[in-house]
Design a binder for this molecule. Structure first.
Ligand code: DC
Length: 219
């Protein structure tokens, strides 16, 4: 089984790189952030705070969340509704970060992720894939970049998608999420000891993809 773990902070470029890698290697791409985003949306639907562990633990084990693939692209389905676009709304990012700090949420999502990774060759992008979800994965990369560069990338992406935001606020949000994601108690954003670090601050997507592909093919 080929499992490639791509971890790193928001805006490091890992999802773009993961998508290209999965096509080049003809394996599945699993965006684990989408799953936490869907959990954030579910809390909104239930009228529950994303920080309320007791309320969230009452429904998380029965969450009706499915990850499907259409023409090679991941489709996230929550309560039989395609939420792939809704989960990308900027306000959902922070909800995902907060809800993902709850242990009950992580245990459930990690169980789903492990099942997928056991059954299929895939590249997974997330925060804790190499350090917690798949500690035995053969290929692990920690993809990072300076927070300002990451904010600039997200800014461009949101403008292209027609959802303009204020740059400074976005930069602050990215820094806040970095802090949140790396300081939670359970399975935080962490570089696995055996991960290869790729600092993409001064690298193009193509350079990052080539670097990882060369490394994967050489082993
Ligand atoms: O990768 P993303 O920005 O879509 O992720 C949204 C949030 O989900 C992120 O701030 C932290 C959380 N997350 C996580 O805790 N573990 C993962 N494997 C993936 C995402």
């Amino acid at each position: 089984m080929i499992n490639i773990a791509l971890d790193g902070p928001a805006g490091s470029g890992k999802s773009t790189v993961a998508k290209i890698l999965s096509k080049e290697l003809d394996i599945l791409y699993l965006d684990t952030g989408a799953m936490y985003r869907a959990c954030g949306l579910k809390c909104v639907k239930m009228g529950v705070s994303v920080k309320d562990e007791i309320a969230v633990s009452a429904f998380i084990n029965d969450i009706n969340l499915k990850i499907e693939y259409k023409n090679g692209a991941q489709v996230t389905i929550l309560d039989d509704e395609d939420v792939s676009t809704a989960i990308r709304r900027p306000e959902v990012s922070m909800l995902a970060s907060d809800v993902s700090a709850l242990k009950c949420v992580r245990l459930k999502m990690v169980e789903m992720q492990r099942k997928i990774a056991e059954a299929l060759d895939c590249v997974l992008d997330g925060r804790d894939i190499g350090s917690f979800v798949l500690p035995n994965a053969k290929y692990k990369y920690f993809v990072t970049a300076d927070s300002k560069v990451r904010a600039e990338r997200r800014y461009k992406e949101l403008i292209e998608r027609g959802t303009p935001v204020e740059f400074d606020a976005l930069h602050e949000e990215i820094k806040q999420r970095d802090y949140n994601d790396s300081h939670r108690d359970f399975a935080p954003l962490k570089q696995a000891e055996d991960a290869v670090v790729v600092d993409t601050s001064n690298m193009s997507i193509e350079e990052v993809v080539n670097f990882i592909l060369t490394d994967v093919r050489s082993r």
